[in-house]
Design a binder for this molecule. Structure first.
Ligand SMILES: *[C@@H]1O[C@H](CO)[C@@H](O)[C@H](O)[C@H]1NC(C)=O
Length: 261
């Protein structure tokens, strides 16, 4: 059994190595002042929009370190091994409610056939936090046709790991469920009106959805109908909004058809 596991690990490593090296080299380059000065203003010009402001990284943050390499590897591995795939059954993992610390399952939050938005992230993830207000607006705008849950996962930039001075809060790695719940409470205060739950301490939701550093999903009828890209690069509130917009139109159209008949 152990040899099977080791074999599987070795295969995963081999497949992931090329893209991991590419990411590591990128991080290394970004530590050079001259590269950073050129790359970031370009990103600002290209992707500049209100809903998804470009990722900004302050001068003081080092990109290439043992901690950052470990975090990037962890993210790649979770993404590769996740069980959530577009069009397939949504993993029904366990999450913890903040109010009463009760364990629930993700699909418990789905209401009949209404789409359920899942927003995975943490307070130490700068792109997640800068887009939180835009997320809240989208959720409110489409509240008549969809529901949403924010799932608090492990810290993207814990203060005792790959810390980031751009994060609005400095929070160390969660050592127990209480740590995670109190971090999730901070998030809860940032998004009044949104439901915030915490991933369990075995990180099963994070693993099933490949959610680290941050990620968006939409579930409907127990299936995954939208899968956002791996954060931070693939994390886009505008994609979420576009999906909901299309959905609203299709629902409206089918209603019209019913009326005409
Ligand atoms: C889950 O993540 C936390 C970090 O927030 C870590 O301390 C813990 O060991 C992880 N649990 C498992 C089972 O990997």
């Amino acid at each position: 059994m152990n040899t099977v596991k080791a074999m599987k690990n070795a295969i995963v490593c081999l497949i992931l190595l090329p893209r991991f090296f590419l990411a590591a080299i990128m991080l290394w380059f970004l530590d050079f002042h001259c590269v950073r000065k050129r790359v970031f203003p370009k990103m600002k010009e290209q992707e500049g929009n209100i809903v998804d402001p470009p990722v900004c990284i302050s001068e003081s943050n080092r990109m290439f370190s043992w901690e950052s390499i470990k975090a990037v590897w962890h993210g790649h591995k979770l993404d590769f091994l996740k069980s959530a795939h577009l069009g397939y059954v949504a993993p029904n993992t366990e999450v913890v409610q903040l109010r009463d610390q009760r364990c629930n399952r993700i699909l418990d939050y789905a209401k009949e056939k209404r789409p359920l938005i899942l927003n995975f992230g943490s307070c130490t993830c700068p792109p997640f936090m800068t887009r939180l207000k835009a997320f809240q607006r989208v959720v409110q705008q489409y509240a008549d046709i969809s529901d949403s849950v924010v799932v608090y996962i492990e810290e993207a930039h814990p203060s005792d790991g790959w810390m980031s001075s751009d994060a609005p809060y400095q929070i160390p790695k969660h050592r127990c469920l209480e740590d995670r719940l109190s971090a999730a409470q901070i998030m809860n205060r940032e998004v009044p009106g949104c439901l915030v739950v915490a991933d369990s301490m075995d990180n099963s939701s994070n693993a099933a959805y490949g959610a680290y550093f941050d990620r968006l999903y939409i579930l409907q009828d127990g299936k995954i109908v939208y899968q956002g890209g791996r954060g931070p690069e693939g994390y886009r509130i505008s994609e979420l909004r576009d999906w909901l917009d299309q959905y609203r139109q299709s629902v409206g159209n089918s209603r019209n058809v019913v009326i005409h008949v």
